[in-house]
Design a protein. Structure first.
Ligand code: NAP
Length: 306
């Protein structure tokens, strides 16, 4: 007879994990939520969320994360700060390896999210010295300065608009001549006279001794190279899954996002995935929340049927 530490362990405290935790705690499951950093996930660095239902005026990502955490904890969810290093996924026992101990659970929900993709243009050297992935964190440092933003998706466009509250000018550099971002964000960016679009262009490097003085770019159609004078460079070119610890048993897509069925169950019975870590057509707070609820109920059914 195995001694289980928990019925359910949830990995990651973004909107998906917090919702799964809320549902599991409310179902009176013996559940632990593990988070390696600060609960909230990527939304804590999102300035303003205006497409999460129920908040017609919008809400800051930080406040929304705090509310989700409070609600889940008041329902009885235990949250612990710990990083998962690996998993051992037996038929009955799911082992979650932490730095100081290994937890045994009947079921797992992986909701470890995704992180910003890098371009290899000096991110490591200039991180905190001009290169950033987070406008909410760093935009105030660029008051009345010129910055470059890279990307053409919702994040790049929305955050570029936010940057214009501080910067005097934002070059929005995109590799094609058409944005991927949703139309309403495009309209706002095009109407903003502080944003200058730099089409068909990729960034190749940055210049500067102590901080950034310019961003090297290349036009992919003409081959023309130049340097955009700027003190900051914000990179928003998509995300990569936080899946380093999952091992080989759980099937993923070619980019490493976890495949799961409509019940959020992965290729390993009893292991569920929710939110941005999942191979999903849409990565939003609202979809993460839905995933989390389904995963928790599926885990509950799985355990009942053991
Ligand atoms: P995304 O939609 O994957 O867009 C990434 C952008 O970066 C694309 O425009 C892509 O160009 C560009 N890109 C990718 N690799 C590149 C490279 N190596 N060099 C230059 N450019 C590169 O990522 P995201 O904008 O972070 O959005 C992620 C998810 O969050 C999406 O589902 C999005 O809808 C959601 N989101 C929603 C909101 C909102 O609703 N307000 C806000 C933020 C994020 P191509 O277009 O040429 O592929």
């Amino acid at each position: 007879m195995t001694d289980f530490d928990y019925d359910l362990v949830i990995i990651g405290a973004g909107p998906a994990g917090l919702t799964a935790g809320l549902y599991a705690a409310r179902a009176r499951m013996d559940v632990l939520l593990l988070e390696k950093a600060v609960p909230g996930g990527q939304i804590i660095v999102t300035d303003w969320i205006e497409n999460y239902p129920g908040f017609p005026e919008g809400i800051s990502g930080f406040d929304l994360a705090e509310k989700m955490k409070k609600q889940a904890e008041e329902m009885g969810l235990k949250i612990e700060t710990a990083e998962v290093t690996s998993l051992f996924l037996g038929t009955d026992v799911k082992e979650v390896v932490l730095a100081d101990r290994t937890l045994k659970a009947k079921s797992l929900i992986i909701a470890s999210g995704a992180s910003p993709k890098k371009l290899g243009i000096g991110e490591d050297r200039y991180m905190g010295k001009g290169i950033s992935f987070c406008a909410t964190c760093d935009a105030p440092f660029f008051k009345d300065k010129t910055v470059v933003a890279i990307g053409g998706g919702d994040t790049a466009v929305q955050e570029s608009i936010y940057l214009t509250k501080f910067a005097k000018k934002v070059y929005l550099v995109h590799r094609r001549d058409e944005l991927r971002a949703t139309k309403i964000l495009q309209e706002r960016a095009f109407a903003n006279d502080k944003i200058e679009m730099v089409w068909d262009t990729v960034a190749t490097g940055v210049d500067g001794l102590f901080g950034i003085e310019g961003v090297h770019v290349k036009n992919v159609k003409t081959g023309e190279e130049k340097t955009l004078p700027a003190n900051g460079c914000f990179i928003w070119v998509g995300t990569l899954p936080n899946a380093q610890f999952i091992g080989d048993d759980i099937k993923t897509d070619e980019y490493g996002f976890i495949r799961a069925d409509a019940r959020m169950e992965t290729s390993v019975p009893g292991v569920f995935a929710a939110g941005d870590i999942r191979d999903t057509p849409l990565r939003q707070v609202s979809t993460a929340v839905g995933d989390g609820a389904i995963a928790a109920v599926s885990a509950e059914h799985y355990i009942e049927n053991l």
